[in-house]
Design a protein around this ligand. Structure first.
Ligand SMILES: Cc1cc2nc3c(=O)[nH]c(=O)nc-3n(C[C@H](O)[C@H](O)[C@H](O)COP(=O)(O)OP(=O)(O)OC[C@H]3O[C@@H](n4cnc5c(N)ncnc54)[C@H](O)[C@@H]3O)c2cc1C
Length: 412
């Protein structure tokens, strides 16, 4: 049986490890000179490689719940840990089930994966972009981007990933290949991505400020999601972990042309009433403080200035001269600052992609296409996207592993 793996990322590499370890020959095509580039970039260089809490509740995609359930029934943390330990990669579990390499370094993960592929069963063909796959008479004919014929195979694993952070991997044409082979593609959209705001001028004025905030997400004026965490103001809009965590909901709504705004509470550790009373008390105790100076007791400088400008309040106004109505307005903004979202910051700045090959066309117990025998599709190419916390790599490894074990089963 001649096997090709197209894409040397997380899912392709684990499939290559399993197949070669069991004595099956593979050709591994990778468009870049280096394999595993996204693994290397993952977790800010630390590689949040898995999550011990993997289940369907941490993933999004078109009707993919049962699909995910089946995937993680077949591939759990124990299985993953064993594979890693066998190749000399040891793991540590941190907060919320997040798993990292013991070395705490993503580069060492890639090196160990590659070391385990240094055997006579693996032929790595790097610097080669597979542009087209023709399926004829139960065979797969691979062509490069100059339409030059590469080789013919009995089995193909398509593990080309997504358009997310395309500056790392190069633009993904895997969806075109899957579509050409007859698969349904749900529109891709960026996930785990910063967002751009219509009131960008305000964000720009607060650029670089990071606060702990609670954020409610409104889609077509209905509250759809909420999160508390780090919020970072940027020159184009909003970023930070809290934004990445709600970006899936936001991006999917924007894809469907829905209206999105965020209501941000910049003082989540204080009640609104308490804040107003506290300001009034300060006014009595120290009425000479300006309203700007008084706000510095609660908020960073750039936020205080932007807020006062937005409400047309002169910074130098003595606190004692500020009316109750104005204090109410200030409190309203601090606890419900509205940011209208015009767009995401795009695929280039996203860590993952939603959309992709519809999972109804993939057998979840094997990763084999339901349309074409011996064609396997894995990882981010599929319409499954995980939350932040190691869920995307977990899904890529799980699907790569399942495809390889099924090919092994068929080969016996
Ligand atoms: C900056 C960043 C940080 C991240 N951090 C984390 C994290 O900490 N934890 C986590 O769980 N997830 C993280 N992710 C997401 C995670 O890296 C991906 O979900 C995962 O790598 C997807 O695996 P994959 O095998 O589907 O695709 P990839 O790992 O992207 O691999 C696809 C491979 O296929 C190659 N390729 C594509 N098209 C072709 C072609 N036509 N011919 C030949 N080769 C091709 C690409 O060059 C690439 O090497 C992060 C992503 C980014 C961008």
């Amino acid at each position: 049986m001649k096997i090709a793996i197209v894409g040397g990322g997380a899912s392709g590499l684990i499939a290559a490890i399993i197949l070669s370890k069991n004595g099956l020959y593979i050709d591994l095509y990778e468009r870049n000179e280096n394999l595993g580039k996204k693994i290397k970039a993952s977790g800010n260089g630390h590689c949040n490689i898995f999550n011990t809490n993997v289940d369907e509740s941490h993933y999004f995609g078109n009707n993919c719940s049962n699909f995910i359930k089946t995937v993680f029934k077949k591939f759990d943390f124990k299985t993953f840990k064993k594979i890693c330990n066998d190749i000399g990669l040891f793991l540590q579990i941190k907060e919320n089930g997040r798993v990292y390499p013991l070395s705490n370094e993503s580069a060492s993960v890639v090196e160990l994966f590659l070391a385990s592929l240094r055997n006579e069963y693996v032929n790595i063909i790097n610097g080669t972009l597979v542009n087209k796959i023709k399926n004829k008479d139960k065979k797969f004919y691979l062509f490069d981007n100059n339409n030059v014929f590469l080789d013919v195979y009995d089995t193909v694993i398509l593990s080309t990933g997504s358009m997310a952070a395309y500056q790392i991997n190069g633009e993904c044409n895997g969806l075109n290949i899957a579509s050409f082979l007859g698969h349904t593609i749900n529109d891709p959209y960026p996930s785990l991505v910063p967002v751009e705001c219509s009131n960008v001028y305000e964000c720009k004025r607060m650029e670089g400020v990071k606060v702990y905030a609670c954020i409610d997400v409104y889609i077509n004026n209905k509250k759809k999601d909420e999160i508390c965490g780090d919020l970072l103001f940027t020159k184009y809009g909003l970023s930070g972990f809290a934004i990445l965590d709600i970006s899936q909901t936001v991006s999917f709504a924007l894809l469907n042309n829905e209206r999105v705004f965020l209501s941000v509470n910049l003082l989540p550790n204080m009640e609104k009433g308490l804040f107003k009373n506290s300001l009034l008390k300060t006014a009595k105790r120290n009425g000479k403080l300006t309203i700007y100076e008084a706000l510095l007791g609660y908020l960073p400088k750039k936020i205080s200035k932007t807020l006062l400008s937005k409400l047309n309040i002169t910074y130098q106004t003595p606190l004692s001269a500020v009316s109750l109505k104005t204090i109410n307005n200030i409190a309203h903004m601090i606890f419900n600052w509205r940011f209208d979202i015009s767009d995401t910051h795009g695929f280039k700045y996203s860590e993952a992609s939603g959309g992709g090959v519809d999972t109804s066309e993939i057998n979840a117990t094997t990763m084999e296409s339901r349309l074409i025998d011996n064609l396997y599709l894995t990882g981010e190419l599929l319409d499954v996207v995980g939350k932040r916390g190691g869920y995307n790599l977990a899904f890529a490894f799980a699907t790569g592993y399942i495809s390889a074990t099924n090919i092994l089963r068929k080969s016996i």
